[in-house]
Design a protein around this ligand. Structure first.
Ligand SMILES: Nc1ncnc2c1ncn2[C@@H]1O[C@H](COP(=O)(O)OP(=O)(O)OP(=O)(O)O)[C@@H](O)[C@H]1O
Ligand SMILES: O=C(CO)[C@H](O)[C@H](O)COP(=O)(O)O
Length: 409
């Protein structure tokens, strides 16, 4: 038997004689329920009647939770599109719900945006003089309770932060998916939330590159001026350094994006150097390697089998240390001229968790229009997507072997 907490705006079963639920955050009712050994909700805690059976039952297979952290405009949405594509099916906002919902649902995955846990709306932040990156503008208690509930296969009513109006909208129902991705500014900030993650990723985009991407998007697509983009990046920097960047030390995989080293003093920012930093010893995750696991390798694949124009392509691989952790780092500097030739590189990588020869190349070709498809950013995002699929399959296989353990809250 296990006890868990459900957050809802509605009564679960009005026929049950239970005490009035407590009012908690944002008008939610908090109810403690008791799960039986199969993971079904049998009664509300404290109910006088043991026959008070709540009509909803839950799928007791545990949800796998993935955390994706990055600053705004650093490629989270692009990464999510690559990840959901690995699992097949398109990700869409909840049907018939709030058109400004930040949630994306596909057959296997639900992606929730942690901006929905802003406790202060745009006006509130302005009045208090805090940014959205400041922990005081976010409700970590609710984030923790809801991620914990979803991980225990219990649906929640999650608030919505409306990016169009800057207001907190009425909540939306989130049912426990097979894979829950929590993406945003703070998935690894709160220790309690961090401990719920089965795998975590940090997108570490260097300032120069972040600036180039912001200009491209916010000037071209959103009509912002160069000055206002600069000012926004500067205004966010102290809180970014204090609260967002330090989360990378907790990540199981970090994708670092830097200016190229192949062009001396490059200031165009078009050619990128991407580094995939993979922690050793993470359960259900074995780092990718190039040629020979644990060796230090430098490889320039350009020549007969890979077409490269200036400045070429260089791969590196080897063991290293990152915030005191043992890691393996795979690096790619430069960009592909012909994406179909990526198969040559793929055939030299091991532990990439593909289901068939050429799957990485196939995924990259399928999304050749996504930003980063001609360089290491897209390649490493695709590989991490495949590693997450593998992790999910390993976790579900181990749960099948011990079903009762997985139902405990
Ligand atoms: N790998 C990449 N290579 C080049 N440009 C990229 C790459 N990834 C993202 N960008 C650029 O950055 C912009 C933001 O990307 P994306 O929408 O995926 O980020 P985000 O983190 O989800 O942003 P936000 O949180 O603000 O919604 C894109 O419009 C694109 O211009
Ligand atoms: O850092 C952010 C995460 O995406 C946003 O700036 C934050 O959510 C506030 O949003 P808005 O600018 O729409 O009020």
């Amino acid at each position: 038997m296990a006890v868990c907490t459900v957050y809802t705006t509605q009564s679960l079963n009005s026929a049950c004689s239970i005490s009035t639920p407590t009012k908690t955050h944002l008008g939610f009712h908090q109810k403690q329920v008791v799960l039986d050994s199969t993971g079904k909700i049998t009664s509300k805690k404290g109910s006088s009647s043991s026959s008070c059976v709540i009509t909803c039952s839950v799928d007791h297979s545990q949800t796998v939770v993935i955390g994706l952290a990055a600053d705004s405009g650093c490629g989270k949405s692009t990464f999510m599109r690559r990840l959901t594509s690995v699992f097949g099916g398109a990700a869409e906002p909840p049907k018939g719900g709030n058109p400004d919902s930040n949630t994306l649902i596909s057959d296997m995955t639900t992606v929730i945006c942690l901006d929905d846990y802003h406790s202060l709306d745009r006006t509130g932040r302005k009045e208090k003089g805090v940014t959205a990156l400041d922990p005081r503008a976010n409700n970590f208690d609710l984030m923790y309770e809801q991620v914990k509930a979803l991980k225990s296969a219990i649906a929640v009513e999650k608030p919505i932060y409306n990016h169009v109006t800057g207001l907190l909208d009425p909540p939306e129902l989130i049912k426990p998916p097979k894979i829950l991705v929590i993406e945003g500014l703070h998935p690894m900030f709160d220790e309690r939330v961090r401990d719920l993650l089965d795998f975590s990723i940090y997108l570490d985009i260097s300032n120069e590159v972040k600036f180039a991407w912001k200009i491209q998007r916010d000037m071209a697509e959103r009509g912002h001026s160069l000055e206002s983009i600069k000012a926004s990046i500067e205004a966010r920097k102290p809180d970014f350094d204090a609260y967002i960047d330090p989360q990378k030390q907790y990540a199981d995989a970090v994708i670092e994006v830097l200016p190229t080293q192949l062009i001396p003093d490059d200031n165009e920012g078009k050619v990128l150097r991407a580094r995939l930093i993979m922690k050793e010893g993470v359960k259900h995750f074995s780092p990718v390697y190039l040629f020979d696991e644990g060796s230090t390798i430098s490889w320039i694949p350009c020549g007969r089998k890979l077409t490269c124009s200036y400045p070429g392509i260089k791969f590196s691989y080897g063991p290293d240390s990152y915030f005191g952790h043992e890691v393996s780092i795979l690096e790619m500097d430069g960009q592909f001229d012909r994406l179909d030739e990526l198969i040559y590189v793929e055939s030299h990588l091991s532990n990439i968790s593909t289901k068939f020869y050429g799957e990485v190349t196939q995924q990259m070709l399928k999304h050749s229009d996504f930003p980063g498809s001609n360089n290491g950013t897209g390649l490493f995002q695709t590989i991490v997507g495949l590693k997450i699929r593998d992790l999910y399959e390993q976790i579900t296989a181990s749960k099948t072997a011990a079903p009762l353990e997985a139902t405990k809250a």
